[in-house]
Design a protein around this ligand. Structure first.
Ligand code: NG6
Ligand code: CA
Length: 499
């Protein structure tokens, strides 16, 4: 009797454990990495063996999308399961913005925390910190990641090209000398440190547009800062510092389920890789930053292997938006491109409504659980929240993460179709929608070419309709010949927008 009871117990336990699988999740979220920037997506000028290995052991998606063509809104959607374009003030955030995510919202880390995970974020944040009015950099910097579901954070507060150029660990700037407080301003100059504009002779790398304010480590930034001398980061060491923190987090949490969001600075500007990578790609700093990113991926994979966690860990590699070549510094990226196509076969790039703005590399590896291969399923990063909630047995109420659908079967390769439609969001708030083979870009005002970055924006005062099956590069606008499809997609987009 007792034995039968025990065996029933273990059978039930097994069923429940199987229904609620709790792999560790390592999300490596690169910055501005284009669809064509890694060799497993067709790059030939630059080789990314570590990323390629993860892809070869996992699923490589060809039709996966960030929600937006810039960083802040993509990350807002990733974290909250709600499209950023539903909420004003979620565009590219200045480095002194207040926390954009309300602390009472359900979030991706929060859901996993509920499921018993230890959660950490390391790297670029760019979702604001502190209360309304922005943080006090010299005391507790909160609310921030720890107030929205992370147990640990080690951040670049905004971006590598925005002040303050210091790391924030949990609530505090790392290595801050209280007698030399950090002050930050995005309006008027603060302190009396040299700026790129006034003292270009002090620069290691000249700016091409914007980026002419306070100089830190020989690079002029967006915004002014003073103080915090002992706490300032060294760009060339950043990739190693961040990778070290990710590996430490994994190591300290190896005995429990963990989620780590490794939000790399690479390959965003300023591209200042470690000397080990300088000149190695032959493509200038942009190519060298891709090699550095690939190296960091390799180091994290080594840690998983060493700790015996490979099979228990879902690794996801993706990007927050598409590629840009000259994003504000004269780093030779344009001159040394040498035929490399950052967006692969796609049109446009970071900022744009064309597909290169949001269609990004997306690789998922979970040995033994996800069959290796490629998938054309339509994926959106906004769905990670509901999908990982489902995987880990967490229920969401009807009012939570309302744009996030449970598409876990597509992420795991069991369903090859994916979402019914996907919505894309460009810098000027133009929305596009893809359904089946068709992509509709709503009419909008704005220049067809963003000159400073040489990006084709996809903005057009006329509606655009492309058949992505025959014209992935969005060259032939078929709106006039297909008025019915155009009307259907425009209506679907309108109803989604008004939800
Ligand atoms: C732009 C910056 C660009 C980059 C971008 C944000 C200028 C002229 N350009 O405003 O360099 O920082 O913002 O990039 O300042 S993102 O990937 O974080 O969205
Ligand atoms: Ca970005």
């Amino acid at each position: 009797m007792k034995n039968r009871f025990l065996s029933l117990f273990f059978t039930l336990y097994g069923i429940i454990a199987q229904a609620q699988q709790k792999p560790n999740v390592v999300l490596i979220y690169a910055d501005d990495l284009g669809y064509g920037d890694v060799s497993c997506y067709g790059a030939t000028h630059v080789k990314t063996p570590n990323i390629d290995r993860v892809a070869a052991e996992g699923l490589r998606f060809t039709n996966a999308h960030a929600t937006s063509a810039t960083c802040t809104p993509s990350r807002y959607s990733l974290m909250t399961g709600q499209y950023a374009w539903r909420k004003t003030g979620t565009g590219i955030a200045p480095g002194d913005a207040a926390l954009l995510i309300p602390t009472d919202r359900v979030t991706l880390p929060g859901v996993l925390q509920r499921a018993g995970y230890k959660t950490g974020v390391v790297g670029k944040w760019h979702l604001g910190l502190g209360p309304k009015g922005g943080p006090d950099w010299n005391s507790d910097i909160k609310p921030g990641p720890l107030e929205i579901g992370f147990n640990y954070s080690f951040l670049l507060p905004a971006t590598g090209d925005r002040v303050p150029c210091v790391y924030v660990e949990n609530h505090r700037i790392v290595g801050l000398d209280p007698t030399d407080p950090v002050q930050v301003s995005y309006k008027d100059p603060i302190g009396n440190e040299p700026t790129g504009k006034a003292n270009p002779e002090l620069l290691k790398m000249m700016y091409s547009h914007g980026h002419d304010q306070t100089i830190v480590n020989g690079v002029s930034r967006i915004g002014y800062m003073s103080g915090g001398k002992s706490a300032r980061w060294v760009d060339e060491e950043m990739a190693d510092v961040l990778t070290g923190k990710v590996n430490q987090f994994i190591e300290s949490n190896q005995k429990t389920s963990f989620f780590v969001y490794f939000s790399t600075h690479d390959i965003h500007v300023p591209r200042m890789p470690h000397s080990r990578f300088v000149g190695k790609s032959g493509m200038g700093p942009r190519g060298d930053a891709i090699l550095q990113l690939d190296y960091c991926v390799g180091e994290v994979m080594k840690t998983l292997d060493r700790l015996g966690l490979k099979d228990k860990t879902m690794v996801i590699i993706s990007s927050d938006n598409g590629p840009v070549v000259d994003d504000g510094y004269k780093d030779d990226a344009v001159a040394k491109l040498d035929g490399h196509k950052p967006a692969g076969p796609l049109r446009g790039g970071k900022y744009s409504a064309f597909d290169a703005g949001t269609r990004v590399p997306f690789i998922l590896r979970w040995p033994g659980k996800v069959k290796a291969g490629t998938s054309d399923a339509v994926l959106s990063q906004v769905d990670l929240l509901a999908s990982l909630a489902a995987l880990t047995g967490q229920k969401l109420s009807k009012t939570e993460a309302t744009d996030s659908f449970n598409t876990i079967d597509s992420f795991l390769g069991k369903d090859k179709k994916g979402r019914d439609f996907v919505i894309e969001h460009a810098l000027n708030n133009t929305l596009s929608i893809i359904k089946g083979n068709w992509k509709y870009i709503e009419p909008s005002q704005g220049p067809a070419l963003q000159k400073a970055t040489n990006t084709e924006t996809g903005y057009n005062s006329q509606p655009q309709l492309y058949d992505l099956k025959t014209d992935l590069g969005e060259t032939k606008n078929l709106a006039a010949q297909n008025s019915q499809i155009l009307a259907e997609l425009a209506a679907l987009l309108k109803s989604e927008r008004e939800k």
